[in-house]
Design a protein around this ligand. Structure first.
Ligand code: UD1
Length: 443
């Protein structure tokens, strides 16, 4: 029996100005990258989300000293005393992004003992690109049940060709390579804004990294890297979700920090629906005025700069309420249409065939009891609840809390009728004040 849930009532049109938090997909890898250094680093604009707390717990398990001041979004990480390379299954299973410590641990110690990662269930989500690339660089990888043991007396620079531009594999190989003598090339690398931000982070540490067309990252190994200060970039996916929430309720909002240049195809599709979009100077800042008569649009998800898979589920809510038939082809993940079943409970008309969803617009959605199966599905269902007649109760809120910092409060400030009812058994999300986060983590 789950006691934690989001309660959502049909909301009046969202209005106002929203601020963004730091990007989940940038902060997790940035924290992991600090394992390459020895000393104290400072990160700013760090979101207070359950995944960030998990990554902090992971680094503490390895010997790092961490002070998190969530009210200031300030994170201090001292990696001087990191002296372990064994990550428990308990932590690894909660978050797929924990695989991102493997590259830094191999680079710093030549060892990494980690359990197979967990996280959102989006198909099989293998880690073969990570492991095969490490093997090519000279790492012996052995599997013992659910545990992986990586060993490398010396990493060797190589040309690594990725069959698909995997974000996590690109990041992991880059981090493994910065201390590897010689030149490593990652061909068909992911170039998401969060990957580019990691390149900036590693360069600040003293790494030598260049991007060479087409989609190749070139890393020339250095002997050592040093601690940094860095501000996490604004969350483009949170921006996209807020814009969708405004569109779904027929509202008008502005997001001054929103990186429009990181959301081009997504914004194009909102405009094709009929929503009015204005972009600020230098591509920063987005304002949306919703149309009252949205049209159907179709898209396929693809690696950056295509339509982001992380906005596919929220966008489907708009298509459910648009006039006509929309088609989504999910090409990035093999099982990322689980939210369809839940939207159908709310009155949506969707037919799924393999990884393609055909959505026929309906007059209205209706409140229902729904279950979130992953972070972005949670976001989609919350938005559907705001647009739907009646009351929606969404369980699976651990996914909501993994990906967003108090998004329900941000939405409520814009006029959404949404409340988080928390559960004593879940992670305590009450703000901390200048104390080590470790005291707040429940094993
Ligand atoms: C990251 C993001 C996630 C986003 C995804 C795609 C983080 C913390 N998460 O996830 O929010 O949805 O990028 O933009 O940054 N694959 C393999 N073998 C591998 C690795 C990946 O087959 O070794 C496949 C995956 O199953 C998937 C595709 O490649 O089908 C893309 O995955 P990937 O880009 O690696 O996603 P993540 O890094 O896990």
């Amino acid at each position: 029996m789950q006691n934690a849930y989001l309660k959502i009532e049909q909301s009046s049109p969202l209005q106002g100005v929203a601020e963004l938090t730091g990007a989940k997909n940038a902060v997790l890898v940035t924290i992991a990258s600090l394992l390459l250094t020895s000393g104290k680093s400072v990160l700013r604009n760090v979101p207070y989300s359950a995944d960030v707390l998990q990554m902090i717990a992971l680094l503490e398990q390895l010997g790092a000293q961490v002070i998190f001041s969530p009210e200031n979004h300030l994170l201090e990480v001292d990696t001087t005393h990191v002296n372990k390379w064994h990550v428990s299954a308990e932590i690894m299973k909660k978050m797929r992004a924990s695989i991102l410590v493997m590259g830094p641990l191999l680079a710093r110690f030549g060892y990494a003992d980690i359990a197979l990662p967990g996280g959102c269930v989006l198909g099989t989500r293998p880690i073969d690109y990570h492991l095969n690339s490490f093997r090519k660089m000279g790492v012996e990888v052995a599997q013992d049940g659910d545990f992986l043991h990586g060993r490398a007396s010396q990493l060797c620079a190589q040309k690594i060709v990725l069959a698909y531009p995997s974000v996590g594999a690109t990041e992991n190989i880059m981090m493994a390579s910065v201390l590897t003598k010689g030149v490593t090339r990652i061909v068909n690398a992911a170039l998401e804004p969060e990957v580019l931000d990691l390149i900036e982070v590693l360069k600040k540490m003293g790494a030598h990294i260049e991007i060479a067309p087409p989609a190749t990252i070139v890393i020339e190994g250095v002997q050592e890297v040093h601690p940094i200060e860095h501000t996490i970039l604004s969350d483009r996916l949170e921006a996209g979700s807020l814009l969708i929430a405004a569109a779904a309720t027929g509202g008008s909002i502005s997001i001054p920090q929103a990186p429009a240049d990181a959301l081009e195809v997504f914004l194009l599709k909102l405009e094709e629906m009929g929503h009015h979009i204005t972009v600020g100077e230098h591509e920063v800042g987005i304002t949306l005025h919703a149309t009252k008569n949205p049209h159907a649009v179709s898209f396929k998800t693809s690696p950056y700069p295509g339509f982001p898979t992380d906005l596919q589920a929220p966008m489907m809510v708009l298509q459910c309420l648009a006039e006509g038939t929309s088609i989504i082809e999910e090409t990035v993940f093999e099982n990322r249409l689980v939210h369809v079943r839940e939207l159908e409970k709310m009155g949506a008309q969707i037919v799924v065939h393999n990884n393609t969803a055909t959505i026929t617009g309906v007059e209205a959605l209706y409140g229902a009891q729904v279950i979130a199966s992953d972070i972005r599905a949670a976001c989609a269902l919350a938005i559907a609840g705001m647009a739907a007649k009646g009351t929606t109760i969404m369980t699976g809120v651990q996914h909501w809390k993994r990906g967003y910092e108090s998004l329900e409060k941000k939405l409520a400030l814009l006029g959404a009728h949404i409340w988080l009812h928390d559960d004593e058994d879940e992670m305590d999300m009450t703000p901390l004040n200048e104390r080590s986060i470790s005291k707040q983590i429940r094993a």
